[in-house]
Design a protein around this ligand. Structure first.
Ligand code: AMP
Ligand code: GLY
Length: 424
């Protein structure tokens, strides 16, 4: 098969790496890709939201399958664009329909879906500029801290957690009246704060059948001890040590099954990944969010643990025969440590030469924000490289990643040295 991956990060490099292990992959393209994907596949200079340009490329190169990495093209309806086009309808597009993607594209819709299908989540209400005063009153009825979420896509930055009531009320005004998060904040979901420990559960589904992929935990804050600003993710660990059978059974019965049944009941086409953000409160799991794609950097630890032919799994998804596929998981733990540009997630410089990649031994290097210039690999983003390792447990795996990181260098390179600190 000829396969096209859309996206440019560590997630897409990890997809490319796994897809190339399959006997079914003949030619692999990544659009737009990075310096890492360029080494193992062919990068194509296409915008992931330019559907007409993607169509022209798919037809020209006889692409059989398109794997969508990021959420933007999904929320904009790339699945429907493919299925409604007579020339493209036989191309397998891995990702949900526009209606499915709304589970990530609108927090209000996600909450409605959870309530409708009895999926445990925090109590909430949704407000607009017109109902600002009601929103302020609702905040008064809650206990701190207060959780405010911009309804639309805000690049992972649209959630505020605030201790002080007056400040929360002011921020609600900034979101609804001053467009603090642009159009994404035209509606704001206010919800009950859940106090617990987070994990992510990934589900591959064809809309009818599902397979639960390895769990992962990511480290979102820039600073050690989970302090400082939120980032796209500074590293991840899989499996999550506290996700024992008892918790996973509850997650499957109370969350995964009702989610897939809900999609079916609402006749939503969904052939892709569901990334369920969960908080474990006491011993009970609650959903905090749905994403309609794989996570980054979670993909860099989830995919290396999948032993089955990944393309075969995706083909079965596109045929709605996922029940006929087998999913074999490696018992080892996987970890990834993200190397970032100094200053990230605020201002940072690009174009720094990265050295030492060839000296890495026993870890996988997934490129995130990298580019090639004059034969050198240079930094091209805030998150630069994910260093993934496997081991008998996460501690052994982390040791390998940290040892290999010693060999890597670029100006103002930063990474967290405390991954897993909250697990033992
Ligand atoms: P989200 O974009 O919905 O995943 O929210 C971003 C982060 O905010 C989550 O990873 C949680 O750490 C936190 N968060 C979101 N909702 C809640 C909640 N109801 N209670 C506590 N923390 C939350
Ligand atoms: N690492 C979080 C995400 O991909 O949304």
């Amino acid at each position: 098969m000829n396969i096209l991956i859309l996206g440019a990060g560590g997630r897409e490099h990890a997809f490319a790496h796994k897809i190339l292990e399959s006997k079914h992959c003949q030619k692999l393209y990544v659009a737009p890709g990075n310096a890492g994907t360029a080494q193992i596949a062919e990068n194509i200079d296409l915008k992931v939201t330019d559907f007409e340009a993607i169509k022209a490329f798919v037809l020209k190169e006889n692409i059989n399958m398109v794997v969508v990495g990021p959420e933007d093209p999904l929320v904009l309806g790339i699945y429907d664009f493919f299925t409604e086009d007579p020339q493209l309808k036989d191309v397998a597009l891995i990702g949900p329909s526009e209606r499915g993607a709304l589970l990530e594209g609108s927090k209000e819709r996600a909450k409605e879906f959870m309530y409708l299908h009895n999926i445990p989540t925090a109590a909430y209400e949704c407000f607009t500029a017109k109902s600002l005063n009601a929103g302020k009153a609702f905040l008064e009825s809650l206990k701190p801290p207060y959780v405010l979420k911009a309804d639309g896509l805000a690049g992972g930055k649209g959630v505020l957690i605030i201790d002080d009531l007056t400040e929360a009320q002011e921020e609600l005004g900034h979101m609804l009246l001053d467009k603090k998060f642009g159009d994404a904040g035209r509606k704001v979901v206010i919800e009950e704060f859940l106090d617990g420990i987070e994990l992510s559960v990934f589900v591959l589904t064809d809309g009818k059948n599902y397979k639960i992929l390895p769990t992962a935990k990511d480290y979102k804050r820039i600073g050690e001890g989970n302090t400082g600003l939120n980032t796209g993710g500074m590293g991840a660990i899989s499996p999550v040590p506290f996700a024992d059978k008892e918790l996973m059974d509850k997650i499957e019965e109370r969350i995964v099954k009702p989610t897939i049944k809900g999609l079916q009941k609402e006749e939503i086409d969904y052939k892709g990944f569901v990334f369920i953000g969960i908080i474990k409160v006491g011993n009970e799991p609650y959903v905090i969010e749905y994403n309609v794609r794989m996570g980054d950097p979670e993909t860099e630890v989830v995919l290396p643990r999948i032993k089955s032919d990944f393309v075969e799994l995706l083909v079965k998804v596109s045929q709605q025969k996922l029940n006929k596929a087998t999913l074999e998981i490696d018992d080892q733990s996987a970890v990834t440590v993200m190397l970032t540009s100094g200053g990230y997630p605020e201002d940072y410089e690009k174009g720094k030469e990265i050295t030492g990649i060839d000296a890495v031994d026993g870890s996988i290097i997934f490129h995130a924000g990298t580019a090639e210039k004059d034969g050198k690999i240079i930094t091209n983003g805030g998150r630069v490289i994910a260093v993934t390792s496997m081991g008998k447990d996460y501690k052994e795996a982390l040791k390998k990643s940290y040892q290999n990181i010693e060999k890597l260098h670029f100006d103002k390179m930063y990474y967290r040295k405390d991954l897993g600190f909250d697990l033992s």
